[in-house]
Design a protein around this ligand. Structure first.
Ligand code: K7E
Ligand code: CUA
Length: 674
């Protein structure tokens, strides 16, 4: 990209002038814009004067180093210094972790991890499964992305599911949620959003396979996504981008008519149940712990379409949705149906928001906050300030009673620069990621409620991370059962931490031990390991291994398709141009040594892996026909394709299954038509 293509705010300058700016000037402009925003946020007080990095010499501030995006080149040379911060701690190595007992995070050969970790894959579109504390990647679950290694998107079932969900080639998964029963992870499902295409997917945790994707109407982008605690009665999805609804060409040039909606889905049928239209736009969402309130953070209540407009005002409104009240309205028919979905008016001027029991409470927060995360006991929702150096503490019990919505904010500690996400250890502490400071801050929740707004008193310690964390997650921190031992910081930039691999760097997920509450600079937090990750996880969720019970093989009772045995492997001609082929699959042969079809035939191949032994997976690939099945034991899959070119096509097994794996072959013969 050439310099003059870089899109910068250009309020007072002509295009002409813009084109002649140097890169440095453009970056300086971005820095200045961010500084102005930070200075201008109506937090309890303006951010501190810049802490200076002593080792960098005069003039270079910590913020200069840590601001993401700009000036990566300049940062490269400095990054080695970044382990030292103004607090004087440097805890970036294992041997240097300052005291307390840290259990070994390395899991010996042959032993298992204590926890599962489910990472969203960002615009890779998948979910990655890790073991905690080893941080070993165990597998990946393709969700919005076709994935040849697992045959996902190649058999008719998953191919159709992806097609019916919009047939996009990619998705952007951010927020994985584990289903709950009684407020505890039940190991059944993961629900995850697609920020790119306004979808929500469900992953079946018996088979670790995506089993449903819904393309939500009236929505362009789903960002926040959560389940309703305690019993997963709903899945909620926030649309981030405002558009006209329906988005069919109306009002394209009237941004004031654009709309953002809050969507409720049925977790079993994955049907869209209803939506609520709100003022402003929605960002992240979390549920309380007893099924009434759902909190959605929000930026751009200005409803601007350009960055200057989006950040103009000092306040944005957190939205608190009273779910039972909304459900009542829907049941009573008090909605407008748009694109087949009941849409309830939840805007400020809606009649449903008049009086003492509004369906949506609008709670003023400092402008452009980022996340909202509810504490394990369900008492508070923490709204991280992003542009404000504070976290606003919302008292959930007050949501139903406070006359003034502002009174529901019962604390506002000042935690540091760029607070994005908060997680919990179950011992009364909150941990917040500081994107700009590149730190995790640990603070005391009740002390923050007691303290004056803007106080730094509740802070127990800070630890440097490398670099610029987005989400941080403590083990089971979002459930009612945090275990309080490990925390992962999902850092957006790795810079100097790994061998260089070209201009697109891995992220760096760092493991931090939080089991010690020591009275030191880090509050006892100890950094134990770096882990490079493929771009770009946003969030992760962890469950104790006892909560997840994956199947070892598929179960043939689950299928509509025929279970194909060796004996009934066969070819059936349906009509002049349609053939059905049935083949069993086992070590080291297919049920058919070969089969013959006619040029132009539509072939539907049904294949069953008849092995009962765990971990004996076979592939079924037909070169030049884009056929690629992955068949785990007892699995049956179907694939339909056209045999459009006469010839001989070897069928081979893609999974290395036995000593005779290479010999595991069959032939498809396509006879030329007359
Ligand atoms: Cu903060 Cu999409 Cu949860 Cu990324 S979001 S960091
Ligand atoms: Cu079956 Cu390789």
């Amino acid at each position: 990209m050439s310099t003059d293509e870089i899109d910068t705010p250009a309020e007072e300058q002509g295009e002409e002038e813009r084109e002649h700016k140097t890169e440095e000037e453009l970056f300086a402009e971005h820095e200045q814009q961010l500084d102005e925003l930070l200075a201008d946020v109506e937090g309890p007080e303006a951010p501190d004067p810049e802490p200076t990095l002593p080792s960098l010499g005069g003039g270079v501030t910590r913020r200069d180093v840590m601001k993401a995006g700009a000036a990566v080149g300049a940062v490269g040379g400095l990054a080695g210094c970044a382990g030292t911060n103004s607090l004087g701690n440097s805890s970036d190595t294992e041997t240097d972790n300052g005291g307390g007992d840290v259990p070994d995070h390395k899991v010996p050969p042959g032993e298992h991890d204590e926890y599962y970790g489910f990472w969203s894959g960002g615009h890779a579109g998948d979910i990655r499964v890790y073991g905690i504390p080893s941080m070993r990647q165990l597998t990946r679950i393709p969700v919005f992305n076709r994935e040849p290694a697992k045959g996902y998107g190649f058999d008719d079932g998953t191919d159709q599911m992806l097609e019916e969900a919009g047939d996009y080639t990619w998705g952007d998964s951010h927020h994985p949620n584990l289903s709950e029963t009684d407020g505890k992870y039940d190991g059944e499902y993961i629900f995850v959003n697609d920020k790119a295409n306004g979808r929500v997917a469900r992953v079946n945790l018996t088979y670790f396979e995506t089993d449903a994707i819904v393309d939500i109407p009236n929505v362009q982008s789903v960002h926040g996504c959560c389940i309703q605690s305690p019993d997963t009665d709903y899945v909620f999805a926030n649309s981030e981008f405002r558009t006209p609804i329906p988005n069919d060409g109306r009002d394209v040039n009237n941004p004031e008519e654009y709309v953002s909606v809050f969507t409720a889905l049925d977790p079993e049928s994955m049907d869209v149940l209803w939506q609520v239209e709100v003022d402003g736009q929605l960002d992240i969402v979390d549920s309380d712990k007893d099924g009434r309130w759902v909190l959605a953070s929000s930026y751009n209540d200005e409803e601007g379409v350009e960055i200057e407009e989006m950040t103009k005002n000092d306040r944005d409104d957190l939205k608190a949705f009273d779910v039972p009240a909304i459900q009542e309205l829907v049941d009573a028919g008090e909605y407008e149906e748009i694109n087949g979905v009941p849409v309830v008016d939840g805007t400020k001027s809606s009649p449903h928001n008049e009086g003492d029991n509004p369906i949506v409470r609008y709670i003023p927060t400092p402008k452009s906050p980022h996340c909202v995360e509810v504490t394990p006991d369900g008492k508070y929702g923490m709204v991280a300030g992003k542009l404000s150096p504070t976290v606003s503490i919302v008292d959930i019990e007050k949501l139903g009673t406070a006359d003034d919505p502002a009174d529901t904010i019962v604390g506002q500690p000042k935690v540091g620069l760029g607070p994005l996400h908060t997680t919990y250890d179950g011992r009364g502490h909150a941990y917040t990621s500081l994107f700009i400071d590149s730190q995790v801050v640990k603070w005391d929740i009740e002390a923050a409620v007691e303290a004056e707004k803007g106080s730094e008193e509740p802070i127990l310690g800070k630890i440097d991370v490398h670099y610029n964390p987005g989400h941080i997650q403590a083990v089971q921190g979002m459930s009612t059962e945090p275990t309080g031992d490990w925390l992962v910081a999902l850092n957006k930039l790795s810079k100097d931490r790994f061998l260089p691999v070209g201009p697109i760097y891995p992220d760096n997920d760092q493991l931090i031990y939080i089991g010690n509450d020591e009275d030191n600079e880090t509050g006892g937090m100890e950094l134990v390991a770096d882990h490079p990750v493929y771009p770009e996880p946003h969030d992760a969720i962890f469950a104790h291994k006892d909560k997840i019970e994956p199947a070892k093989t598929w179960n043939k009772e689950d299928y509509d398709e025929e279970y194909v045995t060796q004996e009934n492997s066969r070819v059936e001609r349906v009509d002049d141009s349609t053939v059905e082929v049935y083949a069993s699959v086992k070590r080291s042969e297919y049920g058919l040594r070969d089969f013959t079809v006619q040029e132009g035939d539509e072939v539907t191949l049904t294949a069953t892996n008849i092995e009962g032994t765990q971990d004996i997976v076979h592939g079924l690939a037909i070169p030049e026909h884009d056929v690629n099945l992955a068949l785990a034991p007892q699995d049956t899959r179907q694939v339909t394709f056209t045999a459009d070119e006469p010839g001989v096509y070897w069928i081979y097994c893609t999974y290395f299954c036995s000593a005779l794996h290479l010999e595991m072959r069959s032939r498809m013969i396509v006879e030329p038509s007359e």
